[in-house]
Design a protein around this ligand. Structure first.
Ligand code: SAM
Ligand code: SF4
Length: 340
């Protein structure tokens, strides 16, 4: 590339530009949520994971190509031992191409990390929380302690982080509790987003017993409250469609991968902790960035080429369905591999 020219943005064949990277730093987790993982999981050997330096090199390559937002995810990102150092490193890119550094977490370890995250430049966190009932929390997460996650959320707030609650709607487990959760989240001043369960990986439960289409939940909420669709650029960005609820005063998002496809506006790609770039959560095609990092004579050049290859293969859309009992997952890969 001639001097003085900025590298080309990451634009795919459908004209969508990628400005958002979700970077997974581990496939491990201290919970085993029944919609995400099986009870007994085999995790990757540590040597297969990208090192801190490699993760930063990957992030920097994306930033050079116009990525402005990075979300750290997993597995549970905060179980990775050197995670604080990674945030310190990535935080140095804030204002130098990067507008936002954030993470998605189950909050079990957030109390330990909240202040350092803030110091590194993180301002917002997404916390996954599917119930406020301690017994149901244990049932859904198999291993969790609700109070630990609530303490993590409170610590985040104390540290100055803005919290958004993500809740996967589960037919027999939390669907009836969702209005109470919305009330709680909005009373705390938190935005909240509901997510339809996606058929990714075998978890030991039938997806038919988990899946509830979000239009049903929305209808229930609309019977009780006044919901107004949010308009404007912010409300249309990303997969979430937001409403404002007059009575609670808060925002509620709906992510509907099964009932309402949002891929036309997709601006993101995902990189796993082993350096695979997945261009779509709902497809198996991927490009190996680790080979470019570890084997190439000129890693920066090889990374750039790998990103170009990946972008050319970004598919138009995902196609998920949960039709009948006993159906195989859409993909064998668990959500914890690609980081949600
Ligand atoms: N451990 C962190 C957490 O739970 O927030 C980050 C990783 S987790 C895989 C990212 C998000 O994916 C969480 O909000 C989780 O609820 C969601 N998720 C996991 N499996 C899912 C599935 N099968 N369908 C829909 N969402 C899922
Ligand atoms: Fe762990 Fe997050 Fe998956 Fe739950 S959703 S098992 S917290 S990675």
């Amino acid at each position: 590339m001639p001097d003085g020219q900025s590298p080309p943005p990451l634009t795919d064949v459908f004209g969508r530009t990628v400005s958002y990277l979700r970077l997974s730093v581990t496939d491990r987790c201290d919970l085993r949520c029944t919609y995400c993982m099986a009870e007994h999981m085999t995790f990757l050997p540590k040597k297969d994971l990208l090192s801190l330096e490699e993760l930063e090199t990957v992030a920097a390559a994306f930033i050079r190509r116009g990525v402005r937002k990075i979300r750290i995810t997993g597995g549970e990102p905060l179980v990775r031992k050197d995670i604080g150092d990674l945030f310190d490193r990535l935080g140095r890119h804030m204002g130098e191409g990067l507008d936002e550094l954030t993470l998605t977490t189950n909050a079990t370890l957030l109390a330990q990390h909240a202040e350092r995250l803030y110091a590194a430049g993180v301002r917002r966190v997404n916390v996954s929380l599917d119930t406020l009932d301690p017994v149901m929390f244990k049932t859904i997460t198999r291993l969790g302690d609700l109070q630990k996650s609530l303490d993590g959320i409170e610590a985040a707030r104390q540290a100055g982080l803005k919290v958004k609650i993500n809740t996967v709607a589960l037919k027999h487990q939390n669907a009836a509790e969702i209005p109470a959760m919305v009330e709680w989240a909005h009373a705390q001043g938190f935005d909240m987003t509901l997510i339809e369960v996606m058929p990714l990986g075998l978890t030991g439960e039938d997806r038919v017993d988990q899946y509830v289409p979000l239009f049903e939940i929305r209808d229930q909420l609309a019977d009780r409250w006044n919901l107004t669709d949010e308009e404007g650029r912010d409300a249309q960005a990303g997969p979430s469609r937001y409403v404002r609820i007059a009575e609670t005063g808060g925002r509620l998002g709906f992510i509907t991968p099964l009932t309402n496809n949002f891929c036309a506006g997709c601006n993101r790609v995902r990189v796993t902790c082993t350096g695979r770039i997945y261009m779509c959560l709902g497809q198996d095609d991927h490009v190996d960035l680790r080979a470019a990092l570890r084997d190439a004579e000129h890693p920066a050049l090889a990374l750039d080429e790998a990103l170009d290859t990946a972008l050319m293969r970004k598919p138009e859309k995902h196609e998920f369905a949960i039709r009948e009992r006993g159906e195989a997952p859409a993909l064998p890969r668990h959500m914890s591999m690609t980081g949600g």
